[in-house]
Design a protein around this ligand. Structure first.
Ligand SMILES: [Zn+2]
Length: 198
């Protein structure tokens, strides 16, 4: 009988010990589980942040790529002439072959031009070219009439336009200046000068 009681006691003690062991270990396991859950949560947050960052980057790239030349755009071609240093500008409706190009595509196709400005409706392209601008003029008095000469690349003068303005009606200052010849650059400036005399 005693032996049975002792065996039973031993079994009870072992069982109790096992129960204790489980009880002691349980919180640790719970902690591990909590830490794991936290780690997963942190990883998820990191992933989310990465995704958001990636999306933002994609959006910026997409936007940069998406700005394309509108069919309503205007393009300014600016050419600076190495010989005289003058710049001429031509402001035109967008040529058909430019429509829908992105800035990078435009740069790739027209490598000799520099893209100074790029929006969907307003583009400025510039380049340097040899020679002079071919818009150098001199205004002289020829037989009492205001006459315009085109100064050629080699410096010679070619009759360009005979106006219907008689020099006798100009101011004394204008008459003196015209006697020396008034040099003027650019068609617009020339037209302005002639308008002022009329
Ligand atoms: Zn020039």
């Amino acid at each position: 009988m005693n032996r049975i009681i002792i065996i039973l006691l031993i079994i009870v003690v072992i069982f109790a010990a096992m129960a204790m062991a489980v009880f002691i270990y349980m919180p640790e396991e719970n902690n591990d589980a909590k830490i794991e859950v936290q780690n997963v949560a942190v990883e998820n947050t990191i992933n989310e942040v990465e995704n958001v960052t990636e999306n933002n980057t994609n959006m910026v790239e997409t936007n940069a790529n998406e700005e394309r030349i509108s069919p309503n755009a205007f393009i300014t071609f600016k050419q600076t002439y190495k010989k005289c240093g003058h710049t001429t500008s031509e402001f035109v409706e967008v040529p058909q072959e430019f429509v829908n190009l992105s800035e990078n595509e435009l740069k790739e196709r027209y490598t000799d031009w520099t893209v100074e400005k790029f929006t969907d409706t307003d583009i400025i392209l510039s380049k340097e070219v040899e020679g002079d601008c071919n818009e150098h003029y001199v205004v002289r008095d020829v037989d009492g009439t205001v006459t315009v000469f085109h100064i050629l690349d080699d410096g010679t003068e070619e009759k360009y336009m005979i106006t219907d303005i008689a020099t006798e009606y100009l101011t004394d200052t204008d008459k003196i200046e015209m006697g020396k010849g008034i040099e003027i650059n650019g068609k617009q400036n020339l037209n302005q000068l002639i308008e002022d005399y009329e």
